[in-house]
Unconditional design. Structure first.
Length: 249
């Protein structure tokens, strides 16, 4: 059961959870699973290590939902109505604006810059290698003019997996950088960025749902992805709304 909960939560209340699980036995498992799911959707309430980490975690969650939802929507709706594609292009611009607003700035000294570079290299190494491999393979003459279908599918899969991993890496960097290496954005700036990212998540989920129901045939995969994006987008918005009522430890 310990694996279900985020580490910051376990560091503070892990022993109490284990005691409750041992005393009640298997009857406590459904409640523990439900509480774990609720806690993962509320990163703002996790015990912070430093001032501002609650905001960073909530922003990282919304960034992950908005980024992943946008990439999945582009992949699924590649041949969709031009209006939906135009909406997703607008979401791309909003995604960049939101990222810029919630991203902390490194301290203007060698130590801070070096720490940010090291952390970024560790998190972004795999997605950068995947995306670079696809670019070199496609534009470097490695593939034949018309590659077989399995190779095309593999290349496209690597491309999207690389970008999705990059979104996850950006969220991890945002949530884990400390005040010794970066200057956190102000609460107003972070809140504005979170609102923009939450709006991207909600709009992207709506695009997927419209695509799922508006075609000649119902697309269950698009509907599921759209519903999940909407749910997580609303959860991210709720996490941002919790921040003003929470005091830093």
């Amino acid at each position: 059961m310990r694996l279900l909960y985020p580490r910051p939560y376990l560091d503070r209340w892990g022993e109490d959870l284990c005691d409750a699980a041992r005393s009640e036995g298997w009857r406590s498992w459904p409640n523990l699973v439900a509480s774990a799911a609720a806690i993962w959707l509320q990163p703002a309430i996790w015990p912070p290590r430093h001032r501002g980490q609650r905001t960073a975690r909530a922003s990282a969650m919304v960034l992950a939902v908005a980024g992943c939802g946008w990439f999945i929507a582009n992949l699924i709706t590649e041949d969709a109505d031009p209006v939906l594609r135009q909406v997703l292009r607008g979401c791309a611009a909003a995604l960049l604006v939101g990222c810029g607003l919630v991203t902390p700035l490194p301290h203007p000294n060698r130590t801070g810059l070096a720490a940010v570079v090291r952390r970024s290299m560790r998190y972004f190494a795999v997605p950068v290698v995947l995306v670079a491999t696809v670019v070199i393979t496609v534009h470097g003459g490695v593939l034949p003019r018309i590659p077989p279908v399995p190779i095309r599918l593999a290349v496209v899969s690597l491309w999207w997996i690389g970008w999705l991993l990059a979104v996850g890496a950006g969220s991890r960097v945002l949530a884990n950088l400390g005040p010794d290496t970066v200057i956190a954005p102000s609460r107003r700036r972070a809140g504005a960025g979170g609102v923009v990212l939450a709006a991207v998540a909600v709009i992207t989920g709506a695009v997927l749902l419209i695509f799922a129901f508006s075609g000649a045939r119902f697309d269950p995969f698009a509907a599921i992805c759209g519903a999940l994006t909407l749910v997580f987008g609303v959860a991210g918005t709720a996490a941002l709304c919790e921040l003003p009522s929470l005091a830093d430890d």
